[in-house]
Design a protein around this ligand. Sequence first.
Ligand code: PMP
Length: 363
Amino acid sequence: MPTTTRVFNFSAGPAVLPVPVLEQAQRDLVALPGVGMSVMEISHRSKVFEDLLAGAIANLRELAGVPLNYRILFLQGGASLQFSMVPMNLLKAGTAADYIDTGTWAVKAIEEARRVGTVNVTGSTKADKYTRIPAQSELHLTPGASYVHLTSNNTIEGTEWKAMPDVGNVPLVADASSDILSAPIDVSRFGVIYAGAQKNLGPSGVTLVIIREDLLEQSDKNLPTMLSYKVQAENNSLYNTPNTFGVYIFGLVMQWLKSLGGLAAIARLNQRKAAMLYSEIDRTGFYRGTAQVESRSMMNITFRLPSEELEKTFDRQASAAGFDGLKGHRSVGGLRASVYNAFPEEGVAGLVDFMREFERTHG
Ligand code: PMP
């Protein structure tokens, strides 16, 4: 294949970006129109960058209906640093934070929060090997907790919350790294939403944080400056040099999402793509979905074949046929098709054809 031909990239992240975004970035790479420099070469304090940042924020606000009493921040350190920043800023002395344990990334969030303060794991599906999301009735929320943390989509296990739990007046904090902007979202239900950009938003190295303004007052003034939400918000994410290129790509992704008709339209597309794959997985029993049906993710579709040997062969042959990145996470094995917003529908149709043919020849 010519070296510039694109494969169908099923990687869990960094993941496929929209082709129009890449093309625009390519056009702008040497010199932004009218600026004479690339976005990587201009000051983050310049009017040009400030406009890019403001545009990215405004477009996200419009797309996701982010209310005016929420701040939008672009930080660094990945979603993993948020595992620490959330408790450092929001876990009040003398109280506990509730965490819902739905998989590998939830466990990492819990481990980091425990370094900061008291954590109650108020629901877990570990006993079911994380194949499902817990029901509201299984959650034992702590009265007066500082916040409730959950992972809205479990990238590794392929499960997704279909509706947010009722947590009363306690702020809900969501790690939405792998399903942010995949469907309409009611931001007002959350205290904080955070996501590493490298799945649905842009390149790695920029982390989106959407935080309710009143929570900023909880950041202790003795926190390390860079780790304070309050400082980051007061400085509009420009306390230090942000990932300027990442923010620029993020802005282009927002424009692309708007051009598709917004989050309701993208959700319909995502539902269609996921349904095509799940119906093929369920068709005969040769493939076996690992998540329980009512908890299945629209973004990360995890499945197994009758043997690990066949899984290896499948992955190898699929790669050779231009379907890349299907190997499941090393911690769980199996196969995983990540079909984020930018993953094209024809790639899903192609994989379904490949799966049929593979079953016919190996089933
Ligand atoms: N949370 C979830 C749900 C993830 O999928 C990931 C990355 N795959 C992370 C957190 C960690 O993100 P980062 O690499 O940006 O720290």
